[in-house]
Design a protein around this ligand. Structure first.
Ligand SMILES: [Mn+2]
Length: 224
């Protein structure tokens, strides 16, 4: 990526951060997933985005266990977990961020899984270096998650640019080398079928040998 492209990606991610802050203030018990997704989509467009990187995901309660759920008429309840995966296109460049939040309280089982996913994501952010293969990068988060007896059925990440899913694909099957000036996502998750799921995703820049997150929305446990 060129400096100019990186700045555009940074701005797109920053708009994603603002959308997250906005929606956290808007979500109320009784709202549907579709209503929440529409509010996010409208926020993006009203704040300069030309469109969305992909269809916004709002998965609440058991719907959070689906990797890519489509928003439904399910109403938000007290004690819910909500998985949000959202991105906009700003000045021709995409953002892609996921956060998992809680309504009213955090059940102990949710907190436990959240902390494993978050630690696995931070571990990748801290340990990724240029010259690693995609497989090695993927393994940083995945091996950590596996050490608790879980796994996830998707790649750890993907490149982001003018299109939301670009090379490199950071999966256990890929031997491509990652390098400085690359922008990609780090998005580990744990999904417990028919129960709930957690994914935490940042779009990051690899520069000067280290990972710098472009998306900076809070990853502290967020209880609405
Ligand atoms: Mn993604």
């Amino acid at each position: 990526m060129t400096k100019e492209e990186i700045e555009k990606l940074r701005k797109a991610s920053a708009l994603g951060d603002k959308c997250f802050d906005y929606i956290c203030k808007q979500i109320k018990i009784g709202m549907t997933e579709i209503e929440i997704a529409k509010l996010m989509d409208t926020f993006f467009v009203e704040n300069g985005a030309s469109g969305l990187s992909f269809d916004t995901i709002v998965g609440s309660g058991p719907n959070s266990a689906q990797i890519h759920s489509t928003p439904t008429e399910r109403k938000i309840e007290f004690g819910d977990i909500i998985l949000l995966d959202f991105g906009c296109v700003l000045d021709g460049y995409c953002s892609d961020t996921s956060r998992t939040i809680f309504v009213g309280e955090v059940k102990e089982e949710y907190r436990k899984i959240y902390e494993i996913v978050l630690s696995s994501q931070i571990k990748a952010i801290e340990e990724i270096r240029p010259g690693m293969t995609c497989k090695e990068v993927d393994a940083i988060s995945r091996d950590y998650i596996k050490s608790f007896g879980y796994d996830f059925n998707h790649a750890l990440g993907h490149g982001v640019g003018k299109v939301v899913h670009e090379e490199p694909v950071i999966s256990p099957k890929r031997e491509d080398i990652i390098d400085n000036e690359m922008v990609f996502t780090i998005e580990p998750g744990i999904y417990l079928e028919n129960a709930f799921g957690v994914r935490i995703e940042d779009t990051v820049l690899l520069r000067d040998g280290k990972v710098e997150p472009l998306s900076r929305a809070s990853k502290e446990i967020t209880i609405l």
